[in-house]
Design a binder for this molecule. Structure first.
Ligand SMILES: [Zn+2]
Length: 172
């Protein structure tokens, strides 16, 4: 979130030079900086026991490319719970294990995306109404289904590297 007005007093912010930060939005009446706050969400690659990953197609995102399960974290929810819930809601699969992979900045939309690898059992996919299609792809083919340079593509690559180096660290 980027502030133009102070969320505390409503005054229009000015730019002020602060130490190492350079010019930052500043409220003269509250005497405090209002830094941009990235919106935090989760992005998850769900992989089954045959090394296949679930990718989704969402017409409003792209007609040509597939995306990973993703969503916002609800108040009171940990990022891990949020990642497991989004997989269950968007694909109908139960998550058995979940591992944190890394974070990805999606600057254009002001998002900080926490990336997870979720272990699931192969089953028929029951996508939610938010999703146009959900399909299994061998992990080695999954990256080519995503948009080049996208966070989904990076997550597929990072999850593939994690699985090749020995797999699953954490448990739900
Ligand atoms: Zn203020």
């Amino acid at each position: 979130m980027h502030f133009t007005y102070c969320p505390h007093c409503g005054e229009k912010l000015v730019k002020k030079e602060i130490g190492d930060e350079g010019l930052v939005p500043w409220c003269e009446s509250c005497r405090q900086p209002l830094f941009d706050i990235p919106d935090t969400c989760v992005i998850v690659l769900a992989v089954n026991e045959y090394g296949e990953a679930v990718l989704l197609r969402q017409g409003y995102v792209s007609k040509d490319h597939y995306v990973c399960v993703a969503g916002h974290i609800k108040p009171g929810e940990t990022a891990e719970k949020s990642a497991a819930r989004e997989v269950e809601e968007e694909t109908g699969l139960s998550v058995e294990d979940i591992s944190y992979i890394g974070s990805y900045a999606y600057e254009k939309r002001g998002l900080l995306m926490l990336g997870y690898l979720a272990r699931v059992k192969k089953a028929e996919l029951c996508p939610s109404c938010e999703v146009d299609a959900a399909e299994w792809f061998p992990l080695s083919e999954a990256a080519a289904k995503t948009r080049r340079g996208s966070i989904a593509m990076q997550l597929v690559a990072d999850c593939t590297a994690r699985l090749q180096s020995g797999g699953w660290a954490a448990h739900v």
